[in-house]
Design a binder for this molecule. Structure first.
Ligand code: UTP
Length: 290
């Protein structure tokens, strides 16, 4: 069972400017729930108890979201709105939060490396990217945990994408072990289509052992001058057994305005109280713009 999860959230969110000048992209709402709520809930539903946020100084609202707000709870209690109290209390009650500040945004690999002193040498731990949502009855992290437990080794979640999309992600080279599990032979970051080893990309769900820190320490800056987590995974997979699990569920990459809009539409259509009205609005827009 995985008890610790790292959330690297210190990125600048440039694809979401100007709003990310003051609001972390992870806190942008999908209807009425901030994006990061989904990845946190996925971790908690998979058994995680300790969350380590690699954060930047001006993104404190993410940490505040996981604190109790006693004044608001009291206010809602006086109004008899116990239903809303549960909504704001659920996650803060279930998790222990540790914050590590990444002073300079030197890349995802650098961010993950900053968690090393909070991880036990003997434990497997998770890393989740908060702007990716895997919407599934079986929490994605739990699916990866099952494979990590079966093979007793580090394991990544992967999903299949169409050819045009491989150039935007970390892509694995892998050998099939069973219907949904692979042994990783290598990994490349944002390859051209003709160099991509497969269509299996890593949508921000990882289970590592402590060895990843050795490979992170030895990695150099790669694509865009940042320390790439992909390079460390590639090096580890070439030296040790490393696995991948094909994830069940619908994936939303909310790191761009269009991806966020897609997720917003999905989650609003999922709400029985909103569905009919949203469909009406969409039909009007289609008529107006097509
Ligand atoms: P992204 O590549 O999505 O970068 O980072 P970003 O800054 O969040 O967004 P854009 O590309 O500028 O629009 C992938 C993940 O790694 C984290 C980000 O917060 C995101 O969760 N990250 C990235 C860090 O924590 N530190 C870094 O130095 C870089």
């Amino acid at each position: 069972m995985i008890k610790t999860a790292v959330f690297p959230v210190a990125g600048k969110g440039t694809r979401f400017l100007p709003v990310t000048k003051v609001i972390p992209k992870e806190m942008i709402p999908l209807v009425d729930v901030p994006i990061i709520h989904y990845a946190i809930k996925e971790a908690v539903d998979s058994g995680v108890e300790k969350l380590i946020f690699i954060n930047s100084k001006n993104k404190q609202s993410i940490i505040n979201y996981l604190k109790r707000n006693y004044e608001l709870e009291k206010f809602l209690e006086n109004k008899g709105r116990e239903d809303l109290i549960d909504l704001i209390k659920e996650l803060p009650r279930k998790v222990e939060v540790v914050e590590v500040i990444q002073e300079e945004q030197l890349g995802l690999g650098h961010a993950v490396n900053l968690s090393s002193k909070h991880i036990l040498k003997s434990e497997l731990f998770a890393v989740l990217l908060g702007d990716e949502i895997i919407y599934s009855d079986k929490p994605a992290l739990h699916q990866i945990c099952q494979v990590a437990n079966q093979y007793q080794g580090p394991t990544l979640g992967v999903v299949e994408v169409v050819n045009e999309e491989v150039q935007n992600y970390g892509v694995i080279d892998a050998e099939v072990l069973s219907e949904k599990t692979y042994k990783i032979l290598g990994m490349v970051e944002k390859p051209n289509l003709d160099e991509a080893p497969s269509n299996l990309i890593v949508p921000g769900r990882y289970i590592f052992n402590y060895d990843i820190f050795n490979f992170l320490k030895n990695s150099a800056t790669g694509v865009q001058g940042e320390y790439q987590l992909t390079d460390a995974i590639n090096a580890q997979a070439k030296n040790e057994n490393f696995y991948a699990c094909l994830l069940e569920g619908e994936r939303f990459d909310t790191g761009t305005p269009l991806g966020c809009l897609n997720a917003t539409l999905e989650f609003s259509l999922n709400k029985p109280a909103m569905k009919e009205k949203v469909l009406e609005i969409m039909a009007e827009k289609i008529k107006k713009y097509s």
